[in-house]
Design a protein around this ligand. Structure first.
Ligand code: NAP
Length: 502
């Protein structure tokens, strides 16, 4: 059975509900009409207009709905929808004894639903078992709870899959809220009967629903199945991440049965082992988990050992490997610019080059270690002096205060501060006067694609390497580590350009 993608219609008038149903494209097979949102709904007209499978729902406030009328009127709406051709009628667990009143015709199935908008109970299997025992033969069981953390969502995925396998019953198990997102996207992975999406931004019937276009175009929902490999970015916060768009586009382009998810994780220690049974192929790891994740893999590349931070996990059978594609991609972009500058052709082009590195945060540390390993001679400058001193000592580098950068002789200038990043695009991490023709200038900032520093550097006759090259390069390296396929660089770069509005 293919998991349905069901779009919830939450319009407030009959005419608009009819319009909304008609506007849906053919790849949406199922709609849920929320009759409780519609003032005095013309049930028969809506059912006639609906040219696809319909779930009729009319929820009372006690189950999170908006029907404030009398109970007999609510049940009457459902009965009329069933008689007018609805394929499914949703009835809440606490109304189950009223099922006789609905007089469901043959071909109309009951969805027996239960909602908890405040939490996810610890013992989901017993909740599924209770619903199963109350549901009449042939009914679909639906459980929707609020995820307080991603662990709740992982438990829901595990327990709905287990329930379906054990009972053979059709079931829906979803977690609401941002933390529950994976239960919506991975519904086909666990064999759920359907998952819900909104008709568009703002049209959600429950917290955490994604617009159906996002489910189809970003996550390629229609291609997800029980065998799909699962990847994702472990971060907190994660909402701003471009990685799902980049990697899902790359997976689809190469034709891989894989999906990439945003994973808002508070603590990696409980999450990583719990999510492992869902065919996880690997992770991108970012702030604040790059250090903690090192302890959760079996082996790391030497660079990770040295820096104490990784950004990529690759699973191979039972073993997990940690890499830092961040460092290699950034150093690679700088190396390419040095080759362009005519300083050499090979891997050793950075050997003995004098680098002025601005910044001592996460990016600064990664670059400092990577450039040192490539044989460059470093001088570190940073706003917070102690941080720069510490980093300089770590990588055996010189140190200058930020207002002393004009005294430093350099071949390569590397900005790893966030200065110049959108929206403060006019800011410069160093004065333009210190930029010299023929040197290489690298800026870690990738939003905007061309920072003021890079523009000034080009104008001064420098050869530039960009944060954009870094960003795409680290994602491409992750893709190749996970899939052993050449990364579709142009596709990935295009996604980033589009996301940044270029
Ligand atoms: P971080 O750990 O927070 O470090 C921020 C750095 O910027 C610190 O050195 C900080 O100095 C400095 N800084 C911030 N505001 C400043 C100001 N007004 N004046 C002078 N220095 C200032 O951040 P991060 O993770 O290293 O990221 C830094 C930048 O690199 C961000 O723009 C990020 O988007 C970019 N980045 C790009 C990529 C890519 O793939 N292209 C990857 C990683 C990061 P203090 O120590 O004095 O606070």
């Amino acid at each position: 059975m293919k998991t349905r993608l069901c779009v919830a219609i939450t319009e407030q008038t009959t005419a608009r509900a009819v319009e909304a149903v008609r506007a849906l494209p053919p790849d949406v097979s199922t709609v849920e009409v929320r009759f409780d949102y519609i003032a005095e709904p013309d049930v028969e007209r809506i059912c006639r207009a609906c040219d696809r499978e319909m779930i009729a729902t009319c929820r009372p406030p006690r189950q999170g709905g908006r029907f404030y009328g009398e109970e007999p009127d609510r049940l009457d709406i459902l009965r009329r929808a069933a008689a007018a051709g609805a394929a499914f009628v949703d009835l809440e667990e606490d109304s189950r004894h009223k099922i006789g009143f609905l007089a469901l015709p043959a071909g109309c199935r009951l969805i027996l639903s239960s909602h908890d908008f405040s939490r996810t109970p610890d013992d989901l299997p017993s909740v599924f078992a209770r619903l199963h025992s109350l549901a009449p033969d042939g009914a679909i069981v639906k459980l929707a709870t609020k995820a307080e953390s991603i662990i709740d969502a992982v438990c829901m995925l595990r327990d709905v899959r287990e329930f379906i396998l054990e009972t053979g019953c059709d079931a829906i198990g979803l977690c609401m809220g941002e933390e529950g997102l994976i239960t919506r996207i991975l519904a086909p992975k666990v064999g759920a009967f359907l998952t819900f999406a909104s008709a568009g931004q703002g049209g959600e019937s429950a917290p955490g629903q994604l617009p159906f276009r996002e489910m189809l175009d970003l996550y390629h929902f229609d291609r997800i199945g029980p065998r799909t490999r699962v990847y994702g970015v472990i971060a907190n916060p994660v909402g701003h991440s471009m990685s799902p768009a980049i990697h899902n586009a790359a997976f689809a382009h190469v034709g891989l049965d894989a999906v990439y998810l945003p994973l808002k994780v508070h603590a990696v220690e409980p999450f990583v082992p719990a999510f492992r049974p869902f065919d996880v192929g690997g992770y991108s790891v970012t702030i604040p988990h790059k250090e903690a994740m090192v302890a959760l893999v079996d082996e790391v590349e030497p660079l990770v050992e040295e820096i104490g931070a990784l950004n990529t996990v690759v699973y191979d059978g039972d073993r997990a490997f940690g890499y830092n594609t961040d460092v290699n991609a950034a150093v690679g972009a700088i190396r390419e610019a040095c080759v362009q500058a005519g300083w050499g052709e090979d891997e050793n082009v950075l050997l003995g080059q004098k680098v002025l590195l601005i910044g001592a945060g996460g990016a600064g540390r990664a670059l400092a270690h990577g450039l040192k390993a490539a044989g460059a001679l470093l001088t570190v400058a940073n706003r917070t002096v102690e941080r720069a001193e510490r980093l300089a000592a770590e990588v055996d580098a010189e140190f200058v205060p930020l207002d002393g950068v004009d005294t430093v002789e350099y071949d390569i200038l590397v900005n790893t501060t966030s200065v110049g990043m959108s929206p403060k695009v006019d800011a410069m991490p160093v004065p333009a006067e210190i930029l010299n023709a023929g040197t290489v200038v690298f800026d870690a900032v990738y939003n905007p694609l061309e920072t003021r520093l890079l523009r000034c550097a080009r104008e001064a006759g420098c050869i530039v390497a960009t944060g954009f090259q870094w960003f795409v390069g680290q994602a491409a390296a992750q893709f190749e580590l996970w899939t052993q396929h050449a990364a579709p660089l142009e596709i990935m770069a295009d996604v980033v350009r589009r996301k940044l509005g270029h």
